[in-house]
Design a binder for this molecule. Structure first.
Ligand SMILES: COc1cccc(COC(=O)c2cn[nH]c2)c1
Length: 248
């Protein structure tokens, strides 16, 4: 997978060169390129923002540097992926579609993502409209809060998507048995020592009955989800989860 990130703070994306994702980049599983938006300005002050038409607080990112940057990113990407290749542009924004594990799984199947990191109050809408003439554009939110810029959101998206790519997680690790993989939160988990500060591991987990372990984990998963994230249960079709255990 090729991943391009456009930002006024390239150094903010340095963590993508570390650890799990960093190794995937070194191995070439992820072909990562971080681009400095200011490289695509033409004025002496390297201006990327201006006041919003219609008034309003703060500044907005002006289209010309974004247009030039996205054109350059497409040209570079097509050099390595082929002249017909087109990216999927993800614009990190509080006004975006909700990013979740299902979205991460869908994006992990795509060959080329370009992430746009907005700053200030955001990016002039015509940048998205112009890009949409050539390829898919998806405004994407990692949650219902406002950050100072899209860079932290880009780190989240690249990590959540990158870890799903083949070979990125060690063989032992599994993306199947984890929170949100089955629409629920994962059950509590334990490892050695069996007793720690007079706290014991639930006996079912050390009893050796795998059927009972599976049942216990499912029950705990449903209980934890009902307690912490009832929204995940509310939207589910009636038969999706075994609600009898939770008196829901
Ligand atoms: C592009 O327009 C804007 C405007 C304001 C802030 C940002 C940065 O992104 C976020 O704040 C965000 C992303 N997911 N959840 C929050 C982008």
């Amino acid at each position: 997978m090729r991943v391009d990130v456009v930002t006024v703070f390239p150094d903010y994306l340095a963590p993508l060169r570390l650890s799990l994702i960093g190794r995937a980049v070194e191995r070439g599983t992820i072909d990562l390129a971080v681009h400095d938006l200011r490289t695509h300005t033409t004025d002496v002050h390297r201006t990327v923002d201006d006041s919003p038409f219609g008034g309003g607080a703060g500044m907005l990112m002006t289209p010309p540097p974004w247009g030039a940057a996205l054109d350059a990113v497409r040209a570079q990407g097509q050099q390595s992926l082929g002249a017909d290749a087109e990216p999927h542009l993800l614009v990190m924004s509080p006004a975006g579609h909700r990013f979740d594990q299902a979205t991460a799984a869908r994006l992990a199947a795509e060959p080329w993502l370009v992430l746009a990191c907005g700053r200030y109050e955001g990016i002039d809408e015509r940048v998205l409209d112009d890009a949409a003439r050539r390829h898919r554009v998806t405004p994407l939110s990692i949650g219902d809060y406002v950050l100072a810029g899209g860079e932290a959101a880009a780190l989240v998206v690249v990590e959540a998507v990158g870890r799903l790519l083949p070979g990125v997680l060690g063989n032992a690790a599994s993306v199947v048995e984890e929170s949100h993989s089955d629409g629920l939160l994962e059950a509590p988990s334990y490892t050695r020592p069996a007793t720690w500060r007079d706290l014991d591991v639930p006996a079912v987990l050390t009893g050796g009955d795998h059927g009972k372990v599976a049942r216990w984990r499912r029950d705990e998963s449903l209980r934890r989800t009902a307690e912490r994230r009832p929204d995940l249960l509310a939207g589910a079709p009636a038969d999706r989860f075994d609600r009898r255990d939770l008196e829901l």
